[in-house]
Write a protein that binds this ligand. Structure first.
Ligand code: AMP
Length: 149
């Protein structure tokens, strides 16, 4: 996968970043755009995307990812002050099809939340593996990190 591909004609977020695609913008800068999700899970649901076409989390330059996090913090503050219903915020990033990524141009969801809203992520949050299992998994990840650097 090429790291920092130029704008792609078949990419909906590249079209938005270049101004040819329609979007309800809240932020435009040289590195990032922030705009309303066209199918908001709650009113005010935002997306932050790099202006360049980058598909995978692993290919995002660390400074771009850091800028996305900083912008998410700023947009979250805006959401809380906006008058839209926002009692909490979820940040959500889908990396890869198995994780639910549907648009293969990196983006971070900033989702306003409120008590009783319809947003759901279903998972078994109460699985209780043994400490030995957790330690084994941690070892596998540490080993992978050592081999990577
Ligand atoms: P993901 O599953 O993380 O890839 O999410 C992709 C998101 O992009 C979905 O929430 C879509 O509703 C949203 N989306 C797709 N096309 C557009 C568009 N043209 N403008 C704004 N949001 C879009």
């Amino acid at each position: 996968m090429e790291m920092n591909e130029p704008s792609r004609t078949d990419c909906v977020f590249c079209a938005i970043a270049s101004g040819t695609g329609e979007a309800s913008m809240v932020y435009e800068g040289p590195l990032l755009i922030g705009f309303l999700d066209i199918n908001p899970v709650n009113e005010g649901h935002l997306l932050i995307a790099p202006t360049n076409h980058i598909s995978d989390l692993a290919d995002l330059p660390p400074e771009t990812l850091a800028a996305m996090a900083t912008l998410a913090q700023r947009l979250a503050a805006g959401l809380r002050l906006s008058g839209l219903r926002c009692e909490g915020i979820n940040l959500f990033y889908a990396d890869g099809e198995a994780a639910g990524q549907e648009v293969f141009h990196s983006h971070l969801h900033v989702i306003p939340r409120y008590e009783g809203d319809p947003f759901q992520i279903t998972a078994d949050w109460d699985s209780q593996p043994s400490r030995a299992t957790l330690d084994r998994h941690a070892g596998l990840i540490r080993e992978a990190l050592r081999n990577r650097s």
